[in-house]
Design a protein around this ligand. Structure first.
Ligand SMILES: Nc1ncnc2c1ncn2[C@@H]1O[C@H](COP(=O)(O)OP(=O)(O)OP(=O)(O)O)[C@@H](O)[C@H]1O
Length: 239
């Protein structure tokens, strides 16, 4: 199977504090991979490396066959990112927010409009294009950010705890929308500490104290044990 992402032997220290230790895993094309870990496990640090904020050494991170350390531009062009902290202009419309991002990607005119419409439709947000972001609820704001991350047609979508602060129905809707993207061949790496966001046939990378503590298909790695119980037993964290 072709790989959308490969991480091989990644370590990172914040000063003298180790945050990631020899992290290795792969996300095949068209798969939803949950990066599951309790607070402080290293999820955001890993996302910072994958999005180029911390540059990895050559040979450590490969995106669709492009080495992030050697060819960051080619690697990053294949990635869409939804950061943990929201980033949008509240006083402008959904369309205007996406148009601004499209322009940053070098897209304009009819092509930009078409990409914006397609991206919003994927998240069930086409009806809201003309609404001011300030008028949207938290779930719709997040869906707008996910649509925005898809405008440049990335093959890999990275999301860092995208449902933080949302109520249960909004979390369920966003989780379902992002799972559905894999049917189009988009690969997803979804950082979370909430086990109910994972499906049994998803891939899972369990990060604990900066190390990969388990990896594989959710149902295969957990066996007969409920995921919440399995997670608690391995990390001591409440799910
Ligand atoms: N900018 C930073 N400077 C110093 N230490 C940091 C920085 N960012 C993270 N750390 C430390 O690195 C470790 C991993 O943190 P990280 O934020 O990557 O974990 P996380 O799994 O994303 O946790 P959370 O779910 O709380 O966001 C923690 O010990 C944290 O204190």
């Amino acid at each position: 199977m072709t790989e959308a992402l490969r991480v091989a032997g990644l370590s990172h220290d914040w000063g003298r504090k180790p945050a990631l230790r020899d992290v290795s895993f792969a996300v095949p094309e068209g798969r939803f991979c949950a990066l599951l870990g309790p607070n402080g496990a290293g999820k955001s640090t890993l996302m910072a490396v994958l999005t180029g904020l911390i540059r990895p050494a050559p040979g450590v991170v490969s995106v669709g066959g492009h080495d992030l350390g050697r060819s960051p531009r080619a690697a990053l062009a294949r990635i869409g990112v939804v950061y943990q902290a929201p980033t949008y202009d509240l006083d402008r419309s959904v369309f205007a927010n996406l148009k601004y991002f499209a322009a940053l990607q070098g897209l304009s005119g009819a092509e930009a409009r078409e990409r914006i419409a397609t991206s919003l439709a994927r998240l069930g947000m086409e009806e809201r294009a003309g609404e001011k972001v300030a008028a949207l609820n938290g779930g719709h704001r997040r869906r707008m950010e996910i649509a925005r991350a898809l405008i440049h047609a990335p093959r890999l979508l990275l999301l860092d705890e995208p449902t933080v602060g949302l109520d249960a129905p909004a979390r369920a809707a966003i989780t379902a929308h992002v799972h559905a993207l894999t049917a189009e061949g988009i690969s997803v790496l979804w950082a979370t500490h909430l086990v109910d966001e994972l499906h049994p046939d998803d891939d899972l990378v369990l990060l604990h104290q900066g190390r990969v503590a388990a990896a594989g298909r959710v149902d295969a790695v957990t066996g007969a044990t409920p995921l919440a119980e399995w997670f608690l037993a391995r990390t001591g964290a409440a799910a």
